[in-house]
Design a protein around this ligand. Structure first.
Ligand SMILES: [Zn+2]
Ligand SMILES: [Zn+2]
Length: 327
């Protein structure tokens, strides 16, 4: 092993540099992974452009990246299930395992989580990354390292659509935003057997991709009018969407689950109008946190409006997904 650990470091807003970092020393229950593939997440971009996400603020230089796979290059003395050379997907969040959140099965809420590229913790965009052995999941031979790096964002989709959204076979879903997370939410809905998967985006090329990938229908929102307020626009947009796609508030043509993977205020507002009475709305996209919402709809439809943060433990995260992909 050389001493080369070139890393991609965020020093401040729109200020990144390649920098040599010391190769991490591992503890007896940890492994050192030579990182091979890393996806760039919306959160990496938020930190790059704004220097923060909600109350997570980049105060010191931080290595970016958390959607990664690689090859084991060193194992701690007490590690039994992994060996040097194993190809693995890396789970980026190490939780305490003992707090109320961890013990209640919602470890994404652990206050002591050490999550890659969430300040103050360094991420995976270096030559090496150190993590507890139980968070490195061996990949079957027919699963590529690229697919291995996709396991974390796919887990975000599973968490939003299944764990929180509770989507079941033959139910209907609308996904606002056709970026990677929106698309993976559609893929999860397809795997569950949703009868309608409606993709919504303002970019037609993204809708085309969504249709070819997992959506059954697409919707291109109407254009805002001069001087129209956002909530007025959203009401008009929702009415048009309902008419064009034959969506009702109840019954077979209603929408059981809305996922907002855009973070755009008008998408969230429109979603409140089109989700069915008694339906569920999961917020996974992160935009301006201060938005105007129609609480009249929230109450009179008895909507379940839920926040989604990263991924959860309910489907045992990576082992389940990897075995699904490998089969
Ligand atoms: Zn991510
Ligand atoms: Zn915990």
């Amino acid at each position: 092993m050389t001493s080369d650990n070139l890393s991609f470091v965020l020093r401040g807003i729109e200020d990144v540099v390649y920098e040599q970092r010391p190769i991490p020393e591992i503890k007896e229950n940890e492994v050192l992974v030579t990182v091979k593939k890393t996806g760039i997440c919306g959160s990496d971009v938020h930190y790059f452009v704004e220097g923060r996400i909600a109350d997570f603020i980049v105060k010191n230089p931080m290595v970016l990246g958390h959607e990664s796979s690689g090859v084991i290059s060193k194992v701690g003395s007490s590690v039994e299930n992994l060996k040097v050379g194993d190809r693995v997907a890396m789970e980026p969040g190490a939780t305490c395992g003992t707090c109320e959140s961890c013990k209640s099965g919602r470890y994404e809420l652990c206050p002591d989580i050490i999550f890659a590229a969430t300040p103050p913790y360094d991420g995976t965009l270096g030559r090496y990354y150190r993590l507890p052995a139980h968070l490195a999941y061996p990949l079957p031979d027919n699963v590529t390292l690229e697919d291995g790096a996709m396991m974390e964002p796919l887990a975000v989709g599973v968490h939003s659509v299944s764990n929180l959204g509770g989507l079941r076979t033959n139910q209907t879903i609308a996904v606002f935003g056709c970026g990677p997370v929106g698309l993976l939410c559609m893929a999860v809905a397809k795997a569950i057997g949703a009868s309608r998967i409606i993709a919504v985006d303002i970019i037609p090329a993204r809708l085309d991709f969504a249709k070819a990938y997992a959506a059954t229908e697409t919707y291109l929102p109407v254009k805002p009018e001069e001087g129209e307020s956002k909530i007025d626009y959203s009401r008009r947009n929702a009415a048009n969407m309902k008419k064009v796609l034959n969506i009702d508030d109840r019954g077979k043509t209603s929408i059981d689950l809305v996922i907002d993977a855009s973070g755009a205020e008008v998408s969230i507002q429109t979603g409140f109008y089109i989700v069915k009475s008694g339906g569920t709305f999961v917020q996974v996209g992160m935009g301006n946190p201060n938005v105007t919402l129609n609480l009249g709809l929230l109450m009179t439809k008895e909507l379940n409006y839920k926040g989604s943060f990263r991924y959860g433990v309910h489907l045992t995260f990576l082992p389940y997904l990897i075995s699904y992909l490998g089969s």
